[in-house]
Design a protein around this ligand. Structure first.
Ligand SMILES: [Zn+2]
Length: 407
C-alpha cells in the first residue's frame, strides 16, 4: 500500500481529542482508530502488536541481522487537534500543482493561495492533499502514522535491507498535552526514538521550550463606586497592573527563534475578584527560571503595597527543553541528519517554539528528537501536505533504520 492511500484512509477517521474529557483516550473515536491500526499493523506483518486500555498502540519489527544493533523507535500520535472537526470526507488532491490558487470549498470562500502561504510555491509540480475547507486535514499527525507504517512495510518486503529491532508507538491525546502521560517507556524498550510530527521536508528538532503555567488569583474589595474613595480595591485594576509590569517585548507577538515570552492566556473577573493565567516559555533554563522569578517579584511588590496577600500566585512547571537529554547522546541527531544528507534532503535543524511528546519522553528516559512529516498549516482548514513530502519521510525512516544497523 502506498503512503498516499494509507494517509487518505486514516484521515477518514474522526479521532479528534477533547480537552474537557478526563478519560484516556479522551474520545472514543481515537480508540476506534487505534483498533483499525492494530489490525493493519498485524496484517503488515509486525509482531508483538499491543493496544492497551489507554489507547497506546505498540508493535515491533524484529531485527533481521545476527549482530547486536540498538533498538530504535518511531512515534506518532493518533489524535487530531480539538480546534476543528477532524474527519475528512472529501479530501482534495491537486495533481501536478501549477502554483496557482487552490479553491477549497464549493462556495469559493476558502482559498489556499501562495499569496498567503508562499511556501506553496516550493511544491509546484507535486501532488497536494488539502481539505474541502470544512475540516482540518489531520496530516498532524496521520501523515506520521502513514509514513511509519509504510516504512515498516517497505522493510518487511525488502529483507535485503539490514536493520535492527524497530519499535513503533502510536499515542492518543498528544494535542491536549497528554500523549506521553501513560507511555510505557520500559515496555517500548527502545534506546532512542523519533517522533514523526514535524512540518516541512528536512525539519529535525531536538530543542524545545522550557514551559511553566502561572495562575494568579486576585482578591479585590468592592464598594459602591459612589462612595469608594479610599476604600475600593479593584481586582481588575490590579490585574492590569500586573500585566503592565511584565516586559512588554517579551510577548509571543514580539518574539522569535530563541526568545522566550510571557503569554497572557486568560483574564477574567470583576472588581471583587479577578483571575489571570499566563504561560511562560524559554529555551534557556536560566532565562526560564528568571522569568518565573520576575512574575514572583511583581506579585510580591503588589502584595507589599497593599500590606496583605491580595494576589495569590501558583507556578507550575509543565515540561523542559529536551536538548539537555539529547546532547549527551548526539548520535541520535547525527544519524537522522546523515540519513537526510544521503537522500539529498537538507536537514533544517531549528528550535521548536512549543513542546513535543518527544520532550516529555526524553525526560522519561527515551531520547526522542522530532522529524518532519511534510505537512503545513496544522490545526486549521488550510492544512495541506504534498504526497511527495510524505514519500520523502518514508525514505528517511527506512534510511535511519538502515544506518543504525551500520553503526
Ligand atoms: Zn502533532
Amino acid at each position: 500500500m502506498r503512503v498516499e492511500e494509507r494517509f487518505l484512509k486514516y484521515i477518514s477517521f474522526d479521532s479528534k481529542s477533547d480537552t474537557c474529557s478526563k478519560s484516556c483516550p479522551s474520545t472514543p473515536g481515537q480508540l476506534e482508530f487505534a483498533k483499525y491500526l492494530k489490525k493493519e499493523l498485524e496484517e503488515v506483518g509486525l509482531t508483538d502488536v499491543t493496544l492497551d486500555e489507554n489507547g497506546y498502540l505498540m508493535a515491533k519489527l524484529p531485527s533481521n541481522v545476527i549482530r547486536e544493533v540498538v533498538t530504535i523507535g518511531f512515534i506518532s500520535h493518533m489524535d487530531t487537534a480539538p480546534d476543528m472537526y477532524g474527519k475528512v470526507d472529501n479530501p482534495k488532491i491537486v495533481r501536478a500543482y501549477d502554483g496557482g490558487d487552490i479553491v477549497l470549498d464549493e462556495g469559493g470562500e476558502y482559498i489556499l493561495s501562495p499569496v498567503d502561504f508562499p511556501e506553496l510555491l516550493n511544491y509546484k509540480g507535486m501532488d497536494i492533499v488539502t481539505t474541502d475547507g470544512t475540516t482540518l486535514l489531520g496530516a498532524d499527525d496521520k501523515a506520521g502514522l502513514a509514513e511509519i507504517v509504510t516504512a515498516m512495510e517497505h522493510l518487511l518486503s525488502n529483507p535485503e535491507i539490514e536493520h535492527g529491532e524497530i519499535m513503533i508507538g502510536f499515542t492518543p491525546d498528544e494535542e491536549i498535552g497528554r500523549g506521553a502521560n501513560l507511555f510505557d517507556v520500559n515496555k517500548f524498550g527502545a534506546k532512542y526514538a523519533y517522533t514523526m510530527d514535524g512540518g516541512e521536508v528536512g525539519e529535525l528538532e531536538y530543542e524545545n521550550f522550557n514551559a511553566a503555567g502561572v495562575k494568579i488569583n486576585i482578591a479585590g474589595r468592592n464598594v459602591h463606586p459612589g462612595s469608594a474613595k479610599g476604600k475600593m480595591i479593584n481586582a481588575l485594576s490590579i490585574a492590569m497592573e500586573i500585566d503592565s509590569m511584565l516586559p512588554k517585548t517579551s510577548r509571543p507577538e514580539y518574539t522569535d527563534k530563541y526568545e522566550g515570552f510571557y503569554h497572557l492566556v486568560e483574564l477574567k473577573g470583576e472588581p471583587e475578584s479577578a483571575y489571570m493565567e499566563y504561560i511562560v516559555r524559554d529555551h534557556d533554563k536560566v532565562k526560564f527560571e528568571d522569568k518565573k522569578i520576575e512574575i514572583k517579584r511583581v506579585v510580591e511588590h503588589i502584595n507589599s503595597r497593599y500590606g496583605q496577600e491580595r494576589v495569590k500566585l501558583e507556578v507550575e512547571d509543565q515540561y523542559y527543553n529536551m536538548r539537555e537529554k539529547i546532547e549527551p547522546v548526539m548520535e541520535v541527531v547525527e544519524v537522522a541528519k546523515r540519513s537526510m544528507d544521503e537522500l539529498g534532503i537538507e536537514a533544517k535543524v531549528k528550535p521548536i517554539r512549543g513542546g513535543t511528546d518527544g520532550a516529555r519522553l526524553s525526560y522519561m528516559g527515551l531520547p526522542c528528537p522530532n522529524i518532519f512529516t511534510g505537512g503545513h498549516n496544522f490545526h486549521g482548514r488550510f492544512e495541506y501536505i504534498p504526497i511527495q513530502s510524505m514519500e520523502k519521510a518514508v525514505e528517511v525512516i527506512v534510511r535511519i533504520c538502515e544506518n543504525y544497523a551500520k553503526l
